[in-house]
Ligand binder design. Structure first.
Ligand code: NAP
Length: 270
């Protein structure tokens, strides 16, 4: 490295022994190459390396408030969709990184603007935001796309998934896989009730990124709704409306191999 400006990299690992081992190895190798690895998260870093599974990646993104510093993941979990590098390929990764041999990919997020009778809140998700009833009750939701009434949904709940989240909860619930560069949201029903009494769409719908999805809960027995963001539960009372959009804000990650997505899909699901 020729420039005198320190090249700072944040390395974040979960507590799993394999992640901790990889962390120590990575710190030694990157230090030898002249990078500075701060003990605490540094907002002036050029890169965040996250060691763990997809869950660890999601927690890191939330903890660091959807930072603009690009991410790269080293996978010590199951098969990681966000975690592209395998621990045994650390040397190749460092070499490619130092040669700028990668592309930076945008990750689209989902934003929920939640209004209750008293106030409004905003939540951001990487994978998805889910609307459910409390105490496992059936929820009754009026659903609108860009102001057009779509359905009166009855069932366990509704997933609003991002393209990168399409392979997570969305996929387990019968939703489609969406390539990450497609700027869309996917509305996927959770156990929709479709009977003589209730007519709910039983399949998911893929919505163009510029349209807004609105959900208005209809309260039957309880005035509370659960909003679950990337696995984290938030409970709200008296929600009047939730609007879901794709925000301007994105996060980014390094991609070293354009075939990785398809290889990952095949090995994770087939
Ligand atoms: P978690 O244990 O951190 O994650 C559950 C599973 O989802 C793990 O196997 C994880 O992979 C995988 N995963 C996460 N993001 C993924 C993605 N974008 N594509 C493919 N697989 C992905 O569980 P959590 O803390 O409750 O919630 C985190 C995420 O879990 C949520 O965002 C939700 O998508 C997912 N989830 C799935 C189900 C389901 O499939 N029925 C139910 C609830 C939540 P790793 O093993 O690599 O971490």
């Amino acid at each position: 490295m020729t420039d005198n400006k320190p090249r700072i990299i944040n390395v974040i690992a979960n507590n799993n022994p394999e992640s901790q081992k990889t962390y120590r190895l990575l710190v030694d190798k990157l230090t030898l190459k002249g990078f500075v690895l701060p003990e605490k998260f540094d907002n002036n870093a050029e890169l965040n390396i996250c060691i763990g599974g997809d869950g660890a990646f999601l927690r890191t993104v939330h903890r660091h408030k959807f930072t603009n510093i690009p991410f790269v993941g080293i996978n010590t979990g199951h098969l990681g969709f966000f975690q592209e590098i395998l621990p045994e390929n650390i040397d190749i990764f460092i070499e490619k990184y130092m040669q700028n041999n990668y592309v930076i990919e945008k990750i689209f997020l989902v934003k929920a603007d939640i209004c209750t009778k008293d106030s409004c809140f905003q939540l951001y998700g990487v994978n998805e935001i889910v609307v459910k009833g409390i105490h496992s009750k059936v929820v009754h939701l009026e659903v609108f796309i860009d102001g057009n009434h779509l359905e009166k949904f009855c069932g366990d709940g509704m997933i609003i998934s991002t393209p990168v989240g399409s392979t997570a909860y969305n996929f387990s619930s019968g939703g489609s896989i969406i390539y990450p560069s497609l700027k869309t949201l996917q509305l996927t029903p959770l156990s929709p009730i479709s009977s003589r009494a209730y007519r709910s769409l039983t399949n998911s719908a893929v919505i163009p990124g510029e349209l807004k999805i609105t959900i208005r809960p209809e309260y039957r027995y309880e005035n509370s709704i659960l909003v679950i963001v990337d696995g984290i539960e938030h409970r709200y009372d008296n929600i009047t409306e939730i609007n879901f959009t794709i925000p301007e804000k994105t996060i980014s990650r390094l991609n070293f191999d354009r075939n990785m997505y398809w290889n990952n899909l095949k090995s994770k699901f087939l």
